[in-house]
Design a protein around this ligand. Structure first.
Ligand code: HEC
Ligand code: HEC
Length: 328
């Protein structure tokens, strides 16, 4: 079962393919690049630590990490933000930087934010636009795209965000209720302190996770991902939109690395409500901090990497579904 557009039909079928000579182009240098690209997506922090400021790999969100046996499907797990058909949809417009971006710029954006790279990485900079490693990742993502028509959005591309009638307004998201759900649904893998286990379960917050300017740092995006992809290998069991939004509020109520350029994002528009780590959003809702963090603190729950204890969660949760603004 998939939650992606049920009315999409089967005009374009999702067909994962093996990385084999039969599916690869004949040019030997290009073949090598594609294989290298897959290895980089699967084990990013391990292969190019100088450009990665956390413990994630592209595969942590785009599938095919976790176990070594899964690396064959990097970007090809339909439940884990697949990258099949991505190349056909780029270049595309983005409000965040108010420009058209191509595939390499999209990859570099994930380095900067999801991988906490650029100024926060050991190298202190992003990989060069024209570097062999960016070309390798590009070559792999272009190979994944083979067979998908250009400028068509296949039904599995793009997360399905909560529809308007299911969207919980940001001040009403209840991260304390999310804490309870987290212990029930997520902690067995990601741990009571959200730190997971090295090379197996990626950290969800703290210094080794995605930074506060990443797509996953937004509430509705994270909710959509959780509903679509988690619990790992048991996806599509958490179908309730309220539950996944509260879970996303809990995860994104935590401390994580800071992206210094955040004030420069959305130069011509305003950051969306779901971008709770952004000052402009916090002020819009009457807070002087991340509203999710504020509620966790009011409930006496940690926002750092210390372990969440079930006995610390208040019995009465309803209060935390109200705004509880700083200014009130
Ligand atoms: C059975 C173990 C398991 C459970 C349960 C589980 N996850 Fe995951 N999660 C994973 C694995 C494994 C990955 C990385 C997948 C990969 O590398 O291919 C992941 C990736 C993630 C990511 C993206 C990477 C990151 O570190 O930010 C998020 C967010 C996430 N999980 C949230 C959750 C939430 C919220 C729940 C509870 C609803 C949950 N997970 C339940 C195993 C699990
Ligand atoms: C913390 C999770 C996370 C990590 C790690 C991550 N990404 Fe992403 N990526 C996302 C999210 C979320 C989106 C947006 C998906 C959506 O809205 O449908 C995305 C989108 C993309 C897209 C555009 C997909 C499309 O079809 O439009 C590309 C390309 C991409 N990521 C590449 C990468 C690469 C390369 C890496 C590693 C350098 C990486 N990502 C690491 C979360 C992540």
């Amino acid at each position: 079962m998939s939650f992606r557009s049920p009315d999409a039909g089967d005009r374009f079928r999702f067909a994962p393919k093996p990385l084999a000579d039969s599916t690869l182009p004949s040019n030997l240098h290009r073949r090598k690049l594609i294989r290298e690209g897959r290895a980089l997506l699967a084990n990013t922090a391990e292969k190019i630590p100088q450009y990665v400021g956390n413990d994630l790999s592209c595969a942590s969100c785009h599938g095919g990490g976790g176990s070594p046996a899964a690396t064959g499907i990097v970007g090809q797990d339909i439940s884990m933000l697949p990258l099949v058909g991505t190349a056909a949809g780029l270049p595309e417009w983005t409000n965040r930087t108010h420009r058209m971006r191509d595939l390499r710029q999209r990859i570099l954006g994930c380095f900067l934010r999801s991988m906490n790279g650029g100024p926060n990485a050991p190298a202190g900079t992003l990989p060069a636009y024209d570097s062999e490693l960016i070309q390798a990742m590009e070559a792999y993502i272009v190979w994944l795209n083979k067979g998908v028509p250009s400028q068509v959005v296949p039904y599995w591309r793009n997360l399905k965000h909560p529809p308007d009638e299911k969207k919980v307004p940001i001040p009403k998201i209840n991260p304390v209720r999310g804490a309870k759900l987290y212990l029930e649904q997520c902690a067995r893998c990601h741990g009571p302190g959200g730190q997971g286990r090295a090379n197996l379960y990626p950290p969800l917050w703290g210094p080794n996770s995605y930074n506060d300017g990443a797509g996953m740092g937004r509430i509705y995006t994270a909710a959509a991902f959780i509903r679509e992809s988690m619990p790992y290998q048991n996806a599509h069991t958490l179908t309730n939109w309220r539950d996944v939004q509260d879970l996303a509020g809990f995860v994104n109520g935590h401390d994580r690395p800071s992206l210094a350029r955040k004030p420069k994002d959305y130069p011509k528009t305003v950051p969306p409500d779901e971008a709770v780590y952004y000052k402009r959003v916090q002020q819009r809702f009457g807070y002087d901090q991340n509203p999710m963090a504020k509620k966790l603190k009011l409930a006496g729950l940690p926002t750092d990497t210390s372990a969440l204890k079930s006995e610390a969660i208040p019995d009465s949760l309803a209060r935390y579904g109200r705004p509880l603004r700083d200014s009130q």
